[in-house]
Design a protein around this ligand. Structure first.
Ligand code: HEC
Length: 292
């Protein structure tokens, strides 16, 4: 019997199925991502291309194998929703009645202390439906309320990021340094956490001096130790005495170290984007309409 057509057909189906799955579908989903105003609560463009030095720093990061110990992907497992009462308005009794009528778990609110110490989280960890009912009830009774959406997950609890990573975060990175092992912390938002270039330079030069008991290997080869001479370099690093070079010598970061530090402070994924709705701490004092 001639199996030729069957073998051909099987191979064809297998190959085209993987082409659809691995090439076409991702292309349709994220192939046309651009720098855009896909952001929430702000007109900021996101993501922005990294400045030149930071873009070079990505190559230093790659060349030194930082991705062997560090990931750049914050995982988000869900969101929790809170309702904050910001201002009670002129008629506290009406607000109390409206909140009870909203059927969100209040049977009666007769404690006058309920409306003290605003803004206050009156419905922690609620559902979006209940949050919308409470919000509308409070607004209609003349109070000001806000629904806050908080990303949740172990990485976010560790303060590695404020939201989960999305495809747009990597738009300008070539290659993307996702990493898979977490010997050290996730770095997808390290620029927001540690925005000081000098912190990073000293940490690269002598991690144990900056973080007690750090397991990160020092990267001294990214620095030159040279004679200070008549005119000390303006870039010279201030190092603690334990790791200082011999008197008269100074530690000067090489261009690679400066680029790497610029790259690290550019790693910032705190902008809220459409895919990961959340309420920013800075907007927490203004009133928001309920999330759609
Ligand atoms: C052998 C594993 C290892 C390698 C390789 C490594 N690190 Fe680390 N890194 C760690 C550990 C462990 C920590 C946590 C202790 C500390 O902060 O020093 C850390 C911490 C950090 C921090 C501070 C993060 C924070 O949130 O406190 C930064 C920034 C960092 N590393 C950058 C780098 C860069 C850039 C490279 C490549 C040049 C690199 N690391 C290579 C293990 C590593």
């Amino acid at each position: 019997m001639n199996y030729g057509p069957l073998v051909f057909l099987t191979a064809f189906v297998a190959l085209s199925a993987s082409w659809f799955g691995f090439v076409l579908t991702p292309q349709i989903q994220i192939g046309r991502l651009t720098e855009s105003t896909n952001t929430l609560n702000t007109a900021e463009l996101y993501p922005k291309a990294r400045p030149g030095q930071a873009a070079q720093g990505l190559q230093v990061y790659r060349a030194n194998g930082c991705a062997a110990c560090h990931t750049q992907q914050t995982v988000q497992e869900g969101t929790s929703i809170d309702v904050y009462l910001l201002e009670v308005g002129t008629n506290a009794a009406a607000v109390a009645t409206a909140l009870v009528n909203a059927n969100v778990g209040f049977t009666r609110i007769d404690d006058p202390g309920f409306f003290l110490n605003l803004p206050k989280n009156i419905l922690p960890g609620t559902t979006i439906e209940a949050a919308k009912r409470a919000f509308k009830g409070a607004q209609s009774a003349g109070a000001k309320a806000q629904i806050r959406i908080n990303p949740q997950g172990p990485d976010i609890a560790r303060h590695w990021g404020v939201r989960g990573s999305v495809a747009a975060d990597y738009l300008f990175d070539q290659p993307v340094m996702l990493g898979s092992q977490r010997v050290g912390p996730d770095l997808s938002n390290v620029g927001a956490r540690l925005p000081d270039v000098n912190w990073h330079l000293l940490h690269l030069y002598a991690p144990q001096q900056v973080v007690k008991g750090s397991l990160m290997p020092p990267h001294r080869f990214l620095f030159n130790v040279s004679k200070a001479g008549q005119h000390p370099s303006p870039d010279a690093l201030q190092v603690p005495p334990e790791v200082a070079p011999a008197p008269g010598y100074e530690v000067v970061p090489k261009p690679e170290a400066l680029a790497l530090a610029a790259y690290l402070v550019s790693l910032n994924s705190s902008t809220p984007v459409f895919e990961t709705p959340m309420t920013l701490a800075s907007s927490a004092t203004s009133t928001n309409s309920p999330a759609k």
